[in-house]
Design a protein around this ligand. Structure first.
Ligand code: NAD
Length: 333
């Protein structure tokens, strides 16, 4: 039984508390948050103790920590947790700064403890089925990937200001999805971004609408489209054209009823947002972590994957500003 400490008691921590407590291989021992009231509330809800982060990290009975705190704390907490001998699952992104994330990677290599980054979409049953079909050769060789990722509504501007920007905060998931499906990092990143959903997002120095093109060493291409607003719900689709066919992962819908009348044919909207769409993915992500840590086997998503996606976010941010393609090699240094 994996004994777990949960760092953070905010929005995504609640999702992870459910995954930890419903998995038969793990138990939630304690929760910490700088907001001690939030920690006490979440801990009580799941039959765990509220403690300080230090108390969790210093407890030899705790095997693993799940880091679900604000992004600017991730690298520091990953370093402290691995130094304390814990296995770690940390939410995305690794950090707001690529250089800081790379430094964290070196510390983790020394500490020698497993670290997984929470790219939950790899565990979405639709996207993993698409990947499995590709691996079995069902559409031949991948050639052109298209990822659509639209949020239903933008977050508050206060959140945008500390998020690191759309490419680091939101498109980071799609960069990782591209790496997962294509099985390689691109050579070059070209981005255009605009703030047409909410001018206040532009005033805060960010974009709310963006398209990125990734080019690969062997000539393959991927296109990622992001918007902070899709009025019909959370739009999350992947399309992959291969030499012998096409794979498409469509949205999950609120229901499967299609109404056909003389007026036309209509169906249900996509499920609302990530809490509705990705609950099975968060549970599968945690299950994969528990299985790998218990078996001492390789983690399905690594800290290196987190750094790779962050490097693409950095390149996209620079490209959107300059209007020029940016090579990954130039940002990785
Ligand atoms: N994978 C996903 O689908 C997904 C979805 C949402 C958020 N996230 C990521 O999860 C992280 C948290 O996001 P959220 O939406 O839950 O935010 P949130 O603001 O709701 O929660 C963050 C919590 O961390 C606490 N905190 C901040 N610094 C801390 C510290 N040093 N020690 C202990 N607690 C601290 C805050 O008090 C807050 O309660 C972010 O990095 C975000 O990018 C991932």
């Amino acid at each position: 039984m994996l004994k777990v400490g949960l760092l953070g008691a905010g929005r995504i921590a609640g999702v992870h508390a459910t995954a930890i407590t419903t998995n038969p291989g793990s138990t939630l021992v304690a929760v910490s948050d700088i907001n001690t009231e939030a920690a006490a509330k979440l801990a009580a809800q799941y039959g765990a103790e509220a403690r300080s982060t230090d108390a969790i990290l210093n407890d030899p009975a705790i095997d693993a920590v799940l880091i679900a705190t604000s992004t600017d704390t991730h690298s520091d907490l990953i370093e402290r947790a691995t130094a304390a001998g814990k296995a770690v699952l940390c939410e995305k992104p690794v950090d707001l700064s690529l250089a800081r994330a790379q430094a964290c990677q070196q510390v983790v290599a020394k500490n020698g403890k497993p670290v997984m980054i929470g790219f939950n979409r790899r565990f979405d049953p639709n996207f993993s089925a698409l990947k499995a079909a590709l691996e079995k050769g069902e559409i031949g060789k991948a050639e052109l990937l298209s990822i659509t990722s639209f949020d239903p509504a933008p977050p508050p501007v206060a959140y945008i200001k500390v998020s690191g920007g759309l490419f680091r905060d939101m498109m980071i998931h799609d960069f990782d999805m591209a790496n997962y499906i294509m099985g390689a990092a691109p050579v070059s990143v070209s981005a255009v971004g605009s703030s047409i959903v909410d001018p206040a997002i532009g005033a805060a120095g960010d974009v709310d609408t963006a398209v990125v093109t990734l080019t690969y060493a062997d000539g393959r291409i991927a296109v990622i489209k992001n918007s902070r607003r899709a009025v019909y719900g959370y739009d999350q689709r992947v399309e992959l054209l291969g030499s012998e066919g096409l794979l498409q992962a469509q949205n999950m819908l609120e229901n499967t009823v299609v109404k056909s009348t003389t007026a036309g044919v209509t169906g249900a909207k996509p499920t609302y947002f990530f809490l509705e769409r990705y609950m099975p993915a968060y549970a599968a992500e945690w299950a994969a972590f528990v299985t790998a840590v218990n078996a001492g086997s390789a983690l399905p998503v690594t800290l290196a994957d987190g750094v790779a996606a962050l490097a693409m976010a950095e390149a996209a941010t620079l490209s959107a500003k300059s209007g020029q393609p940016v090579t990954l090699a130039s940002v990785l240094g």
